[in-house]
Write a protein that binds this ligand. Structure first.
Ligand code: GDP
Length: 338
């Protein structure tokens, strides 16, 4: 992006739904060049009033669970019903070049051919914080471009699920049929985040096993769901391959959304997500600034080494670090209590 960026023109292209403009806008918000941040913020400020109207759904599942197949099939159904669907991928671990693990066009073949779909792979080579920010901002861009359904896809193996759950209305887990021990392979933390669970590949010889897994997961959710919420995560079965059960899964997503609307309120929930996001941004920036202050960074490493060999307690080490920090930052009101 060496050309000068005309933010007004770019915003107009996005609002007009022009694909080249959408792509350029997302590349701008993904950019880690400091000079691009003010431009990205100015662009987002122009787009924000037109964003926020979409149904935002997070989708997770281990590699091979059938996420691409599921999104391809579901997305095409939604488009047939008159929707416009954007798919954004979050995969911070990815170091791939060329072909992508997530969001790869060839893996959502039918959907990617539609003018009413927009598929964007995860930005590569970024840490989670960077990917999470870029994805939130990409969501604003596709919403402003008129996509009314945004699916944020993530591999169900790491921390990115927490970040994604913090930016969507409904979090959908795609599980696979399997014996009890496999069931435990799904991280409890991910089950806690799930608003709807679908056991995929419930077709052919696998159908019975999928139903058993769904029942087991349903029992597990009884223990995991917070009783005070008054809601139990529904566990369904589906086949992304045959299309069976997909409408029911989408209905369950809609029911969850209605439940949020009736209890917390969708706007309230989104506003709370924004507050959490604000603090996450601030914390991230403060920690980054600590790491980039050479003296503090080397003191941090020294202290960490001593704590690591038990020659200094974590409490004493953090006290020493914070008093050094207080010396660097005027007005930082930390004082060692001892
Ligand atoms: P992802 O890694 O989660 O995106 O999984 P994919 O969508 O790439 O699917 C992995 C494999 O499972 C592919 O070979 C798919 O054809 C297959 N698959 C996906 N969904 C289904 C399904 O519902 N039934 C069956 N039998 N196979 C499926």
């Amino acid at each position: 992006m060496r050309r000068r960026i005309d933010v007004d023109a770019l915003a107009a292209q996005v609002l007009d739904g022009q694909r080249a403009g959408i792509a350029q806008a997302i590349t701008l918000v993904e950019s880690s060049l400091p000079a691009h941040r003010p431009l990205a913020r100015a662009l987002l400020a122009r787009l924000l009033p037109s964003a926020g109207k979409a149904t935002r759904v997070g989708l997770t599942g281990v590699p091979g669970a059938g996420k691409s197949t599921f999104i391809d099939a579901l997305g095409c159904r939604l488009i047939e019903a008159g929707h416009r669907v954007a798919v954004l991928a979050v995969d911070p671990s990815s170091t791939r070049t060329g072909g992508s693990i997530l969001g790869d066009r060839t893996r959502m073949g039918k959907l990617s051919e539609s003018d009413d779909a927009y598929i964007r792979p995860s930005p590569s080579g970024c840490h989670l914080g960077g990917v999470a920010r870029a994805t939130r901002e990409a969501m604003i861009i596709v919403e402003a471009a008129g996509f009314d359904t945004v699916i944020v896809e993530t591999v169900g193996v790491g921390q990115s699920e927490v970040a994604v759950a913090g930016m969507v209305d409904t979090f959908l887990l795609l599980a696979l049929a399997g014996a009890g021990d496999q069931l435990q392979g799904i991280k409890r933390g991910i089950l806690e985040l799930a608003d709807v669970i679908a056991v995929n590949k419930a077709d052919g010889d696998n159908a019975g096993q999928a139903r058993v897994t769904a029942r087991d997961l349903s029992i597990a959710m009884k223990l995991i769901n917070d009783e005070s919420s008054g809601r139990r995560t529904p566990v369904l079965t589906c086949s992304a391959l045959t299309g069976q059960g997909l409408d029911e899964v989408w209905d369950a997503v809609g029911e969850h959304r209605s439940w949020v609307e009736e209890t917390v309120g969708l706007q309230r929930r989104r506003a709370d997500q924004q507050v959490d996001w604000m603090w996450a941004q601030i914390e991230g920036a403060v920690v980054d600034s600590l790491r980039s202050t050479p003296q503090l960074a080397s003191l941090g490493h020294e202290l960490a080494a001593q704590v690591g060999t038990s020659s200094l307690s974590a409490l004493d080490a953090s006290a020493r670090f914070l008093s050094a920090y207080a010396g660097e930052v005027p007005g930082f009101g930390w004082q060692d209590a001892d």
